[in-house]
Design a protein around this ligand. Sequence first.
Ligand SMILES: Cc1cc2nc3c(=O)[nH]c(=O)nc-3n(C[C@H](O)[C@H](O)[C@H](O)COP(=O)(O)OP(=O)(O)OC[C@H]3O[C@@H](n4cnc5c(N)ncnc54)[C@H](O)[C@@H]3O)c2cc1C
Length: 481
Amino acid sequence: MTKPPSPVLVWFRDDLRTADNPALCAAAERGVPIITVFVLDEATPGLRRLGGASRWWLHHSLAGLRAGLAKHGVPLLLRRGPAADVLAALARETGAASVHWNRRYSPGEIAADTATKAALTQAGVAVTSHAGNLLFEPWTIRTGAGGPFRVFTPFWKACLAAGWQPPLRENPELRGGETSVTSDALGDWGLLPRSPDWAAGFPAHWTPGEQGARARLEEFITDGLSGYASLRDRPDRPHTSRLSAHLRFGEVSARTVAAAICQARDTGAANERDADKFLSELGWREFSHHLLYHFPTLPHDNLQPKFVAFAWREDPKGLEAWQKGLTGYPIVDAGMRELWRTGTMHNRVRMVVASFLIKDLLVDWRQGEAWFWDTLVDADHANNAASWQWVAGSGADAAPFFRIFNPVLQGEKHDPDGAYVRTHVPELARLPAKYIHRPWEAPSSTLFEAGIELGATYPHRIVDHAMARDRALEAFKATRG
Ligand SMILES: Cc1cc2nc3c(=O)[nH]c(=O)nc-3n(C[C@H](O)[C@H](O)[C@H](O)COP(=O)(O)OP(=O)(O)OC[C@H]3O[C@@H](n4cnc5c(N)ncnc54)[C@H](O)[C@@H]3O)c2cc1C
């Protein structure tokens, strides 16, 4: 009797999909049974524990992946613990002689993967890693002098000149492996919030998983892409893709998204301006990962050293009002409440609320980054940190600190009728558009007719923007000596 072939292991991480998954494809090409695993690793030092909203997403995404793989007879095992130990034990238990995974790029993840590779190699298990999560590996795009880029435009130009690979062929033939090896039960991981279930509203907005990602991409190309370039800054209009969480968890690859957009452009289904603008936003995702790879302290240290001495204020009350959407500035409150209720916030409003926290309240950007990390379904180590540093002015290619968003003018420009504010701050819904972004200027009769009592049904402003602006500029001047 011939010995059955030893299976190959595929370790899923930020790539929870079957299509255009290089690690899975490479395993399939081996022609031996495939066993897949996801490890909830909250034990290896240097790995950041997922925030609450991301944990909700992960639960549903894993359930979807497991169902998708089961159609091919491929098991998805769930294990918890330090990945190096879990993988080595699993290779022993299954008799697998090789493991495949797609690379990750944050410093903690690189260190964890290096340690896992060493443990497996020592145990005689071959490890192969693949490029599957970005359009470009961060070290492949270099300046003329051979270093990393710090400015987006030349970075993206270099990317466009290099060109990215098309996605791999759809649906690799997967051969399942019968395994008696045990798996944790997904429900036992406690990824979903209970008492209170603050994510109860999320399913109305999201369908995590590969199928949901593909449906979202198609819907965006049909209904949202046209007009993207001019309307992407309007939180009251449905013109952004809402793909960020799907990309974060790798339910669709950046290559698949880019290829679909290019196809829409090349066949005339989308105009060049909209398509190119959208591709450049994917470019910001690449740039953030490029920065994180080359400047690994990005999530916690100011990239510009002059900010080290910045005199941030400790303002727990202001921070709490910001988190709860009770600052008295309607566009800020709408954004923060959208975030809490749905797990996301429109990009323009993210910039406005971040500017408000950093510049109007002078609260350290790291406190905002941490709140976003916990509450965003798309919380991403690279994109979140790079974006907060961009708004703070402390990052690479950042908005200068002295450019301070006026929350009233931002609201009036990007939510002119106040539809976005009315959706998320219902107590202001009956206020005429003229006052929707500045309720404190409304005559008392107008407030009365709209059912608003400032300080009772809706808060007074927690800070005067004009004063706060001057205070921020003074603080910034002091950092320059
Ligand atoms: C303070 C702040 C924090 C942020 N934190 C995150 C985060 O944790 N995770 C995250 O994915 N994005 C983050 N962003 C970037 C951006 O707001 C979101 O990617 C975007 O709102 C997601 O919506 P969308 O998919 O509809 O975007 P679209 O406009 O449809 O863009 C398409 C894709 O491009 C990428 N992208 C777009 N804008 C950016 C950007 N500025 N930086 C990096 N990638 C971008 C995303 O993957 C997005 O899905 C943050 C922005 C700010 C200002």
